[in-house]
Each structure stands twice: as C-alpha cells, then as structure tokens.
Design a protein around this ligand. Structure first.
Ligand SMILES: Nc1ncnc2c1ncn2[C@@H]1O[C@H](COP(=O)(O)OP(=O)(O)OP(=O)(O)O)[C@@H](O)[C@H]1O
Length: 783
C-alpha cells in the first residue's frame, strides 16, 4: 500500500521527547509489562509525530471507478481522511499494532492495541490539539485493582489478558512495540517459558506476551481460551474486539446460569428499600434489585479495599434485641443509630441517586451530585443504602466494581485530610494531604488504562468549607475531568452552599446534578415511625401518639431524627411506668408466701414480667405511649432548667459550646484543649458566614472580629462564664497568667488548657436544637 505522510502537523506545537517522558510519568498506575530495558525504541531524538494516510490507494480506486469525477471526490475525501498510522523519526505504528505505552514505574510498560488515530484536546494545554491513539488494553494478572482475588491462578509467564477497555492516549506515551503470541508459540520459542540468555534475546522476551483469554477485570470474568494467531488480524481489529465482547457476554451468561443453579431456587424477595414495590424507575431494573437472597452479601464480597460497613436494608439478620422486651425493642428500633430495615418516603430520592450512580459507574464517567436538605431528612441514610444496593449488584455481577470512600466533614480535623483519605482508598497508600493532592491531580488529569470508578460520599460538606474553598472546589472539579471516573456525592444542609462559597460562575461551570430532600410531612413521619415499630409486640405505642409526635415535629422541622428521639424518650417514660406498675402488682402479701406462682414471679426478670403484664386487657394505660407521654417527652427534651439556661447564654458562649460539641463528635473524646476549641469555633464561624452570607458576616464580626487576641479574650470570657456556672470544667495549662474574679481566663499562649463538659452533651444538643442562634453553628449540635 502506498502511503503519504501528513505534514500539517509540523506547524502544531508538539511536546518534546523529554517533556513527553516527564508527562508520561504522571499517567498510569501499577502493573504492566516488566521490561528490564526500560529505554524506549523511539530514541532520544526530538521528532514531531506525523500522520500516515492511505491516500494513494483511494486515489487509484477512484480513478479506476470514474476518472472524470475523481478530482472533485478526492478533495472531499482528503478533507475527511483518517490516519492509518503515525510516524516519529524512523519509528512507525499502524492501526492494529501492539504497542507499549510508558507507565510511571521505571521498567514497566503498558501493552495495548491501536484501534484508531485521533486528535484530542490536550489536557495540559487548553485549546491545543494533540495527536493521540485509541488503545484497547491488555491487563496483566497483577493489575486487577478491585477484583484481585478474582484473578486466575493459572497465569503463565508473561501472560496478559485482552480487555474490552479502551481509552485515548497521546502518541508521545508510546515507547515501542510488543509481540503477542499464543501459549504454544511462546513455549516453542522459550522452552518452559524461561527467559533466554543474552541481552538482545532477553529484551525481546520481555516484550513478548502470551494471550489466550479476554477479561472483564472489574467483574473478574474471562472468555474461553483462544489461539492468538487464529483470532488476531492486524487489518481487522474490529473482529477481535467483537470476539472479546461476545466471549465476555457468554461468560456472563454462564456465570448467571451457574449462580441460578447453585442458588437452589431461593425464594425471590421483593426489594426492601424503599419498601414499596418498584425501586428503579427505568424498565431495566437490575436483577439484584428484583431478586435478592436473604443473606448479607458481605460474606461473599470480594474486596481489596476496606469492605463497606453497611449492608443493604432488608438483608440484615435479626439481632439479639429481637428477643428483648417490647420496650427495649422499641427503644432500639427508634434509636437514630439503628439502621432501619427500609426507608419509607424516600423512594424517589433513592431512585434518582441510584440511577445517577449506576449510570456513571457503568459508563465509566465522572459525576458530581449535590444533595441538600435540612437535618434529619434521610440524606445520609439514603445515600448509604444506594451504595449498599450497588454493592449487592456488584456481588451479583450485574454492575462493574467500584471503590467507595466516605469522608465526613465532622470526623476530620482538617478538611485537607480529605485528600489523604481519598488517595488511601484509591491506592492503599497513606500520604500527607499536600502530597495526596499532587497525586490526585496527576491521577485524575491523565488517562489510566484500567481505572475503576470511585464513589466518594462527602457528608457534612459544610464542615469541609475552608477559607479558599479549595477542598470543595477540587472535589467538585475532578469528576468533570475526562479520565477521572470519580463520582462525588456531596451532602449538605443548604441548597446554595456551592454558590455561596464558590461563586455562581464557578458553580454553574461545574454542572452539578442537584437533588433536594424535602422535610418530612407529618404523614411521612408517621409512616417512618410506624414502619420501625411494625414488628414490636405488645402494642405499646398508641397510633394517636405517633400521629401527635409527627405533627409536632413536621410543624417545626420535618426532621426524622427529632421525631425518632421524641418517640424513643416516650417509650422510656412508658417503660418506667410499666416497671412501676409491675412492681405494684408484685407486692406479695406475707400470707401468700407459699403461693408457687407468686414465688416464681419474684424470680423472673422485670422484662419478662413486663411481657406477661403488658397486654392485659382492660388494664389502665400505664406502660403505653400515649399523647400525654409524647407531650411529656417533648417537654422534657426542651425545657429542663439547664437547657433553658443554655439557651440564655450570650452568642460567644453558645459558639464555644457548639465548638466543644463538634470537637467531641469529631474526636470521640470528651476532653479537648482550649486551642482546639478555639480553632473549631473559628471554622464554625467561617462556615456560618459561608452559609448565611451577609447575616453570617455579622456573627463573624461580632464574635471573631478585632484580631486574634480579642477573639481569644471573647471566647476566654465565655469559657470562664461556663466554668463558673458549672457547665464546663477547665484545667489551666502551664502558660496561663491572667486572673479575673478568682477564675482563670485562658491567655493567648495558653491553648493547652484542658476543657470538658460537666453536663451531658445530649442536653446541650437538645437545648441548642431549639435555639435559633445556636442552630446556625452547624451540624455538631444536630447529631
Ligand atoms: N425515610 C426514613 N425511614 C426511616 N428512617 C429514616 C428515614 N429518613 C431518615 N431516617 C432516620 O433519621 C435519622 C437521620 O437521618 P439521616 O442521618 O440520613 O439524615 P440527614 O438528612 O443525613 O441529616 P443531617 O443533615 O443532619 O446529616 C437516621 O437515624 C435515619 O435512619
């Protein structure tokens, strides 16, 4: 075939070989072909890449077919011509060639087949086009990122599997050519597969790979064996692609059939979350959503990374509590830390999040979903359930594998730690936040042959707001990068946090998908509580009481957490009443000492007595949750003298306590230092400004204005007041000097003073939940 080198490229900016090598270092991750001669075949000379076209052939054919029209046709063909190869100096590669591409690890190269040549916009230089090739990848057995233990145990020396994964890479990443052969051909050339002696022979051996199967590495599925020389034709690469795709499809069907056979016709179970019939709006409901075995999938899960800590709803097994007293069961089920069996009233939100996530994972694209809603509207619960269901679909091999990373703004002391956490999940390495940021930048801005999607849940996003918003910006920006496969689920209380903190211009460019969780209506809350209590025996909660609590909460906030708390407290009150009633019933007169039933009753645990006594028909309502029990619970929750006095604190006192609560929540330790609380207070005030805009700025000026010494003094005074009134215990650090009214104020250099609460953290939280000012200080008080 006659060929024609394109020369249009000469004018275009081309990366130099040296620069190309440096840039290639950034790209890819691990694995590949180990080559002791890491030098590439292209030499050190800087030559531009030129396209090779098959124009002469076309010309000849056209002339033969219709000589008179050939000139006009040629013009239009030339305009649309597609390169069939590329040349750099004396090195040439064509469509169908098997090439090596540089990986960051010295001496290791990736192997792929050139499928097409294209020009793509340069990631490193906006607006510039760069000559690139679409590559169909081979995968070596040690590269199976998230399905490592699905890899075959029968791998041969130099064996790689052909994937049906493609992506586009700049030509300057190409470093040479490889040879692929069948098992027999390889062993005929290299007896026993052993490396030969002699440098040149060894270099050739290192560039020779055995390929006898295709693989879908994220699902750990393989095609049947094939003979490379029979299936590979460089001039018909599409046949090979079809063969691999069909082979993988057949493997999938085979696995599904095997699974159905071994499942011994387990009963199919309706989807459990949200409990109602159909979970996904589309007709193509994933199989795992239609049919689910009654086991937690975690025992089957094959994970290299940390296993997910939650199990899909409805697959959880009954705990010990199932056999406890009805009160204890009710208390446990109503506790906010209990993962409910289903999430009523969140069907639409569940579907929306599920569909976005599953589409992004299956298409290998990035996505950024911004989920907002006031506290207690089920945002976190819904997202976790979606991830658990997706995980179940991965188990059932209906979904490509993905990595999951949860970052909670409340649980990290410095927002920049988010970078280290993400890198740790992606690669398993612990690195400093600044190093992690560099690595993530490189990772997401360059193609990697076999990147697995990563879903990041950024909960309590408000807490990650930093001064220059860089953390939030980066996490919102990376999903938009072509190669990132990063799916960010950002969860926050306010709808417009991105606009407020990143400016309208940037946030609209980011193209977030927004999902808003509305507050629950009273009927929703009734359903949520009713569903949780559905299996509790003894009918201990009046439906009227549930309705009353639901109405009360819906009127103020629509917060399921609050409704659950109130009902749980009401159950506690009813339980005390039941115990008192049981004790009264069990006062056994002296003369009846010998009554065997009464003797037995005296030795029974109170819980069993409650069980026996509760459903007594016609008995007074002692021990049942009624409207008046709910009223009592609400009253108690909000109006103890302590809570009333906490609500009367000056703003600086409330900020100080909110900061201390946030520290306690974050660290899990009840004690903190003055310095840490101070830093937390500053962050809370910054976040309040971001969230509340101008109104928040007033708060900030009032509290934190006047320089850092004034700030320390204002919060120092607040701490002292709290200590005097018995709310705080403050243990002076070494550097303190100032004394005022007998109490010590932590001085500027005295950040080490230890501080702890002398009242229950829950009391402070409850008091502040009802307080408009303190509510603005964020999520620490909502937990
Ligand atoms: N639809 C629901 N069904 C059952 N329980 C629910 C539902 N919605 C919320 N809950 C429960 O309410 C509590 C709060 O829910 P969740 O933490 O998901 O709210 P959130 O919107 O993330 O709140 P925050 O913004 O404060 O983090 C949890 O205990 C959760 O299990």
């Amino acid at each position: 075939m006659a060929v024609d080198s394109g020369s249009s490229s000469d004018a275009e900016p081309q990366p130099t070989r040296q620069k190309a090598r440096q840039r290639a270092q950034h790209w890819m991750t691990k694995g590949g072909l180990v080559r002791e001669d890491s030098d590439d075949e292209l030499g050190d000379e800087d030559h531009p890449w030129d396209w090779i076209y098959a124009i002469e052939d076309e010309k000849n054919e056209e002339t033969k077919a219709s000589p008179e029209k050939s000139s006009r046709r040629r013009t239009s063909r030339v305009a649309k011509k597609k390169p069939i190869g590329a040349r750099m100096g004396s090195f040439e590669c064509r469509i169908g060639d098997i090439v090596l591409l540089k990986s960051p690890e010295a001496g290791k190269d990736w192997v792929g087949i050139i499928v097409e040549f294209v020009e793509e916009e340069d990631d490193d230089a906006e607006g510039e086009m760069i000559k690139s090739a679409s590559i169909m990848w081979f995968a070596s057995p040690d590269e199976f990122l998230s399905t490592r233990n699905k890899r075959r145990q029968d791998a041969l020396p130099n064996e790689q599997y052909l994937t049906a994964d493609f992506n586009t890479n700049p030509l300057y990443s190409i470093s040479g050519k490889a040879t692929v052969m069948s098992k027999d051909a390889f062993f005929a050339k290299y007896p026993n597969g052993a490396p030969p002696k002699g440098n040149a022979e060894l270099a050739e051996y290192n560039k020779s790979i055995v390929c006898r199967r295709g693989v879908n590495q994220v699902q750990g599925r393989y095609t049947d064996e094939f003979v490379w020389e029979e299936v590979y034709r460089e001039d018909n690469i599409y046949e090979l692609i079809t063969m691999v795709k069909e082979g993988l499809k057949a493997a999938r069907k085979r696995k599904a059939a095997d699974a159905d056979f071994t499942e011994t016709k387990e009963e199919s179970v309706a989807p459990t979350t949200p409990r109602k019939k159909q979970r996904v709006a589309s007709n193509a409901t994933p199989r795992s959503q239609r049919k689910k075995a009654l086991t937690t999938p975690t025992h089957k899960r094959i994970v290299v990374k940390k296993p997910l800590e939650f199990t899909p709803l409805g697959t959880r097994v009954l705990s010990q509590d199932h056999f406890a007293s009805p009160y204890r069961q009710a208390r446990t089920l109503l506790h906010v830390s209990t993962v409910p069996e289903s999430l009523p009233c969140r069907k639409n939100e569940f579907n929306e999040v599920y569909n976005h996530l599953s589409a992004a994972i299956m298409e290998g694209t990035g996505a950024c979903i911004y989920i907002s809603g006031t506290p207690g509207t089920g945002k976190t619960a819904t997202v976790r359930e979606v991830v658990a269901q997706l995980n179940a679909a991965v188990e059932a091999e209906e979904m490509d594998d993905f990595i999951f990373c949860e970052i909670n703004g409340m649980k990290i002391t410095d927002p920049h730690q988010a970078y280290s956490m993400l890198w740790k999940e992606l690669k398993g390495d612990r690195v400093s936040p600044s190093h992690a940021l560099d690595l993530l930048e490189q990772e997401f801005s360059h193609p990697s042959p076999r990147r697995v999607s990563c879903v990041v849940l950024m909960d309590e996003l408000d807490q990650l707001v930093t001064k220059n918003q860089s953390v939030m910006y980066n996490f919102f920006n990376w999903p938009a990068l072509r190669h990132s496969r990063l799916i960010v689920l950002a969860v926050a209380n306010t709808m417009d946090l991105p606009e407020r903190t990143l400016s309208n211009k940037i946030s609209s460019r980011l193209g977030l998908t927004r999902i808003t969780f509305p507050g629950y209506k009273h009927t929703d809350l009734m359903e949520i509580i009713g569903t949780r209590l559905a299996n509790v025996p003894g009918n201990i909660v009046d439906p009227d009481a549930v309705q009353f609590a639901s109405r009360k909460v819906a009127a103020v906030s629509g917060d399921a957490r609050r409704a659950l708390d109130i009902c749980r407290r009401a159950v506690e009150i009813a339980e005390q009443e039941a115990e008192e009633a049981a004790a009264a019933d069990l006062i056994i007169p002296e003369e009846d000492e010998e009554n065997p039933l009464q003797r037995l009753a005296r030795h029974l645990p109170v819980a069993i007595m409650q069980l026996l006594l509760l459903p007594k028909p016609g008995k007074a309502k002692a021990g049942r949750v009624t409207i008046s029990t709910i009223k009592q619970a609400i009253q108690e929750a909000t109006s103890t003298p302590l809570q009333q006095s906490l609500r009367c604190l000056p703003l600086s006192g409330k900020l100080f306590l909110a900061a201390l609560l946030a520290r306690i929540h974050r660290t899990g330790i009840t004690e903190s230092t003055f310095g840490d609380v101070l830093d937390e207070a500053r962050r809370i005030a910054d976040a309040a400004v971001a969230v509340a805009g101008a109104a928040g700025a007033g708060v900030k000026d009032f509290l934190l204005g006047g320089g850092s010494s004034a700030r320390v003094r204002s919060l120092g005074f607040a701490a002292m007041e709290l200590m005097n009134s018995g709310v705080l215990a403050l243990e002076q650090g070494a550097g303190s000097k100032s004394l005022l009214g007998g109490s010590t104020i932590p001085a500027r250099g005295d950040r080490s003073s230890k501080i702890r609460l002398r009242v229950a953290a829950e009391d402070v939280r409850l008091a502040f939940r009802e307080d408009l000012e303190a509510k603005g200080f964020g999520l620490g008080i909502d937990q």
